[in-house]
Design a protein around this ligand. Structure first.
Ligand SMILES: *Cc1c(COP(=O)(O)O)cnc(C)c1O
Length: 445
């Protein structure tokens, strides 16, 4: 056997007219070369040369593989509502439509229709945000990490920022308060201890180089036992006495009270405003349920300082983000967040409804047991807090292999394994994805 038994690139390309039509000439050529290389390698190892038809089929598979996007929708059956690895908050129907509307057309992103002159991208969300939160001014950036970086840079570069040792947090994905502080050019001044920090600790650290007091929400962990931290209101009072602004990094930042859904209380943006924080920063895609964004609310003079800082241009949000954010905020203003925003629908889903869904799944599949379990909120909010749920548990021989097959479905399905069973939580499965889920499960079982 020798390489001469292999067809030429030209010959394969002639036979691959369909592929060329679908994928274009340059990429088809590359795939054919790729497969011929692999065939030569196989021949070297003593295998017979593949037939032309097989080579073309292989080239087709290669092209499909190359062009399948790695970023694609999945079915989240994990019961983790704000799943950072799965893209955090799914958007409401209105928010998705708003994105589509501005995506395919020119828009008023920076255009003032009334006066026919240049407008500001900042204007679209600001009034909605101030109306909802009671802040004097609002500014939107790319994400909350950028919001905190911008706030620290604009407010406290070359100055000192006081933070409690209990709040030197790390959020998943590399956001760490000490690191972001270093980037901003502000000097971190740690006060107190891991479990207890008193107002007098802050007070003792204040001097003429102090630029800011930072409070960071613990987000994804809880300190329990012998603990204390001053309230935001106390920090604000202290700041006022010394003319030092207070930045509250809320992380998730809920606009609705989570207690009404049987959860613990996640700090709310409105509360931080009432407590008098100079600036509050939070994410758009955590408990707000909107697109990735960082939202800053606060006193006008401080927000304006951020707005004017050169870094603001580097972290500005795009039109798709703004369109989705505005639509999401509108749900809150209409008092329809729980009805319209997917993450709130999921948080509010009544247990009997979840049970009906998992029972329907079991019936449709003709197998599986409906069991009770717990869903979590995720997204760096409400650690240790869970919601009672009803799940479908499938006893399969090889649970790991089964979940791996589920991940190969179209759309891929992400499920959990609990006590050697594959469990699927209907709470995070969007109703419109249910048929796809059941079809894939039927095929696999
Ligand atoms: C999540 C979080 C951040 C980072 O927000 P992103 O939107 O992910 O950039 C910052 N601070 C706190 C306290 C958080 O919980």
């Amino acid at each position: 056997m020798s390489f001469r038994d292999l067809p030429s690139v030209e010959r394969l390309l002639q036979r691959a007219t369909k592929l060329e039509a679908m994928y274009g000439r340059p990429l088809t050529l590359e795939a054919i070369r790729d497969r011929l290389d692999a065939a030569r390698e196989a021949i070297r190892e003593g295998e017979p040369p593949p037939e032309e038809g097989i080579l073309i089929e292989e080239a087709h598979k290669t092209l499909e593989l190359w062009l399948t996007p790695t970023l694609r929708p999945v079915i989240n059956a994990t019961g983790v509502i704000i799943h950072t690895n799965l893209g955090r908050a799914p958007l409401s129907k209105t928010a998705r439509q708003a994105m589509i509307d501005v995506a395919g057309s020119y828009s008023t992103l920076e255009y003032n229709l009334k006066r026919g002159v240049r407008g500001k991208r900042e204007d679209h969300a600001e009034e909605l945000l101030t109306r909802l939160t009671g802040g004097e001014a609002a500014f939107v950036v790319n994400n909350n990490a950028a919001a905190v970086l911008l706030a620290l840079t604009a407010m406290a570069r070359r100055k000192e920022v006081i933070v409690s040792r209990s709040q030197l947090i790390e959020i998943g994905g590399g956001f760490r308060i000490p690191d972001i502080m270093k980037q901003s050019g502000a000097k971190l001044v740690e006060v107190g201890t891991t479990n207890r920090t008193h107002l007098r600790d802050y007070e003792a650290a204040i001097h003429e180089r102090t630029g800011l007091i930072l409070r960071a929400h613990h987000s994804n962990f809880k300190i329990i036992g012998f603990t204390t931290e001053p309230s935001l209101g106390e920090l604000v009072d202290l700041g006022k006495r010394h003319d030092i602004p207070v930045l509250d990094d809320l992380g998730s930042g809920a606009l609705l009270d989570t207690v009404q859904f049987g959860l613990g209380h996640e700090p709310m943006v409105q509360e931080s405003m009432e407590a008098g924080a100079s600036l509050v920063a939070f994410s758009g895609d955590k408990l707000l349920g909107g697109p990735q964004a960082g939202i800053i609310i606060g006193k006008k003079s401080f927000v304006d300082r951020l707005r004017k800082h050169p870094l603001a241009r580097a972290v500005r949000p795009d039109k798709l983000c703004l369109a989705a954010l505005v639509a999401t905020l509108t749900h809150y203003l209409r008092d329809a967040a729980v009805q319209e925003i997917p993450i709130w629908q999921m948080i509010a889903a009544p247990l009997d409804q979840l049970q009906t869904r998992s029972e329907t799944w079991a019936k449709r599949l003709g197998q599986g047991e409906v069991i009770s379990g717990r869903s979590t909120v995720g997204g760096g909010s409400l650690p240790e807090e869970t919601l009672p749920t009803s799940m479908l548990a499938l006893s399969v021989k090889y649970p790991n292999a089964f979940t791996s097959h589920l991940r190969k479905a179209d759309p891929p399905i992400i499920a959990r394994i609990e006590d050697d069973r594959v469990v699927l939580d209907p709470r995070t499965v969007l109703v419109e994805q249910e048929e796809d889920l059941l079809r894939a499960l039927t095929e696999l079982l």
